[in-house]
Design a protein around this ligand. Structure first.
Ligand code: 6R9
Length: 653
């Protein structure tokens, strides 16, 4: 792989950035190598206000259950709000909320503090206390961010569930977390459409399926008609009436769980990734400072939803911890047309823009078919930095983003990280790292990523392998909620010498040492930057018991979504074809949407009388992947028990 084409930061960028040039980067890496704990401790003192300063940095006595800054006490909401008001930023805009219809609301730091405090008092009035779990199932809104901050303020552990998940997925999460409260909205508005939230909550909680749950708090967003369960449901605006806008923060231990966030793994059941308070906040703030080079005058826009980790770290926590100004966007990139992002960048004079490759690819397509929504028609001169996250960005999309959105002058930070890592792990620093399209370049200072073989031995640059992190870091996952054994097995398998297993394959360039992520090495798919377990989708399909006998799910490359979900299905009735097959495929997609959510709908469904299996009965997934891609099957099929069915699987519905 040639990495000869490099984009160097301009002299101006290097001179003004928080991390100046490769010398600046190397100095930080050397500092962390020389005194690992000291490196993190000094940033934790600099970026966080501690109510009780810590004296211990890392406790690895119960590895892999690591503890950071354990005798320190702090409050995340205090750090994000009160502290900024105390520093004189009370009137500064914290959030610029743009609604689906384009209406804009600005919220200052003092206003956000008052809002969060009232909500925190309301939660306390309902009996929510430190350590309780609160599920947040909300649209992108000031209230959504405030709900997360309010939980943090009183020491309740939030678990945000993305508004696109189904009732069944929501129920699983409420049950697994043992939540006492769900905070939701009547409906959400996206692309001019009113989409239900409250009715999905009602379905999730039906039949007393979640016995720990006491209250459902409803934010009135659209005024749409909803059902009401007396004694359980409460309007947010009524609950806030008469609540004081003063609420003393609950000081919690550094290791106190700030949030759980459910994500897909290689088995059927999503895992509740548990994050800490101090270590998490440190990395959220430090990466916002160094990767995004956030400065007081910036207008930062991360387009992620608060239902994903990117929305947690780079909307709710990182930018606010630094006193930044940021956009919160309710809508979708294609409404009223596919120029919406560019129009909003121009309108709000956004300086830092962070989005996903899948969005860029679909906007490229849109601009190619409709000149009017091409970024060249908008004044994007306010931009100074671009970011990418969620999946590998292909060089062609990178070049387009760089040229047409960034005007050739904005560095692009291609940030590799995961729900489990809490913040950036491998990423360029914009005033330092020479950029290579398609590579996330080098580890963030203090992060010890490496590429190893199955036994944890380093592999030389230029040779692919398994991505690991050698040393624990402050914002790492602490455990899987309620399942410490699964945590150990998933992330610290015994053969890997105590390294953290990311679940991705990677390769380092022979000359530059730059990392390129080559994709998941487990049964996890990445569709439009959303993580999805193949087993999860398979169980959803086979739960359609009246129709499905057996199902296997694999990924295949897709120009827009990165990967697409491809399902191979054996029905309990004769194999259909033509219109009947189309109708059944639709029925199955709707079923998966109901079980998991619309994002998990298979793009292709292929029907067979059976699945290709070895003589010992194992499904030949490698072969299915080739069929899904539309490749001629060249591999040896002599071990295949029933070669004839390969022909049947040729047709996708
Ligand atoms: C933040 C987030 C994590 C998985 C991760 C990897 C893929 C994320 C990437 C990337 C290549 C990047 N991924 N960023 N692959 N380059 N810059 O996306 O978290 O939803 O947990 O997904 O996404 O496969 O393992 P999450």
């Amino acid at each position: 792989m040639s990495q000869s084409k490099q984009y160097l930061p301009s002299a101006e960028w290097s001179a003004n950035a928080h991390v100046k040039g490769m010398d600046g980067y190397r100095a930080l890496v050397a500092e962390a190598e020389a005194d690992y704990e000291g490196f993190w401790a000094s940033r934790a003192r600099e970026l966080i206000s501690w109510q009780t300063p810590f004296t211990k940095v890392l406790n690895d006595s119960e590895a892999p259950f690591f503890k950071w800054f354990e005798d320190g006490r702090l409050n995340v909401s205090y750090n994000c709000l009160d502290r900024n008001v105390e520093r004189g930023l009370g009137d500064k805009t914290a959030l610029i909320f743009e609604a689906d219809n384009g209406d804009v609301t600005r919220v200052s730091y003092s206003e956000l503090l008052a809002k969060v405090s009232r909500l925190a008092n309301a939660l306390k009035a309902r009996g929510v206390k430190k350590g309780d779990r609160v599920v947040i199932y909300m649209p992108m809104s000031v209230e959504g961010v405030a709900a997360m901050q309010a939980c943090a303020r009183i020491g309740a552990t939030h678990s945000v569930v993305f508004g696109g998940f189904s009732a069944q997925s929501l129920r699983d999460r409420v049950q697994d977390a043992g939540a006492v409260m769900v905070i939701t909205a009547d409906e959400q508005l996206r692309g001019g459409k009113q989409l239900p939230l409250k009715s999905i909550v009602d379905e999730a909680l039906a039949d007393n399926s979640c016995p720990t749950l006491k209250d459902v708090i409803v934010y009135q967003r659209t005024g749409g008609s909803i059902a009401w369960v007396a004694g359980r449901d409460l309007w947010l605006h009524e609950l806030l009436e008469g609540q004081s806008s003063d609420c003393a923060p609950e000081w919690v231990e550094s290791e106190h769980p700030l949030f759980l966030l459910y994500t897909s793994g290689s088995t059927g059941k999503p895992k509740g990734v548990q994050h800490s308070t101090g270590g998490y906040l440190l990395h959220a703030a430090l990466t916002t400072k160094w990767t995004f080079d956030l400065k007081p005058d910036d207008v930062f826009w991360c387009t992620a939803d608060i239902g994903w980790v990117t929305g947690h770290t780079y909307i709710t926590y990182g930018p606010l911890a630094l006193g930044g100004t940021e956009i919160v966007f309710e809508g979708v990139p294609t409404y009223p047309d596919a120029g919406r992002f560019w129009q909003m960048i121009a309108k709000h004079k956004v300086t830092i823009f962070y989005t996903a490759p899948t969005a860029i690819r679909s906007l490229i397509k849109a601009a190619e078919t409709n000149e009017a929504v091409h970024p060249k028609n908008y004044d994007l001169s306010s931009l100074r930095l671009l970011g990418s996250v969620g999946e590998p960005i292909n060089p062609a999309a990178w070049e387009w983003y760089h040229q047409h959105v960034g005007g050739g002058r904005c560095p692009i930070v291609d940030t590799f990280w995961q729900t489990e890592t809490g913040g950036h792990m491998i990423t360029p620093l914009p005033g330092a790292t020479p950029l290579v399209p398609g590579s996330c370049t080098l580890p963030f200072p203090g992060i010890t990523t490496a590429i190893v073989d199955e036994l944890g031995n380093d592999v030389p640059n230029g040779q692919g392998g398994i991505l690991v992190v050698k040393k624990p870091w402050p914002s790492m996952i602490r455990t899987i909620w309620g399942d410490p054994e699964r945590f150990k097995k998933s992330y610290y398998p015994s053969e890997l010498k105590g390294y953290y297993l990311a679940g991705d394959g990677a390769i380092r360039d022979a000359e530059t040492g730059y990392f390129t992520i080559t994709g998941r090495i487990d049964d996890v798919l990445n569709v439009s930057g959303h993580r999805m377990g193949t087993m999860e989708i398979e169980s959803a399909l086979v739960s359609c018991t009246e129709l499905v006998a057996e199902a296997a799910v694999v990924g295949r490359p897709d120009d827009t979504t990165g990967e697409a979900i491809c399902a191979f299905v054996v029905l309990k009735r004769p194999r259909p074809s033509g219109d009947e097959a189309k109708a059944i495929a639709k029925q199955l997609r709707d079923h998966v949407a109901k079980e998991i959510g619309p994002i998990a709908k298979p793009k292709d469904i292929r029907f067979g009388d059976n699945l290709p299996k070895t003589r010992s009965g194992k499904i030949m997934r490698r072969l299915l992947r080739a069929v899904a891609k539309g490749e001629a099957v060249t591999q040896d099929t002599s071990t295949l028990e029933n070669p004839a069915i390969l022909d049947q699987l040729g047709q996708a519905y």
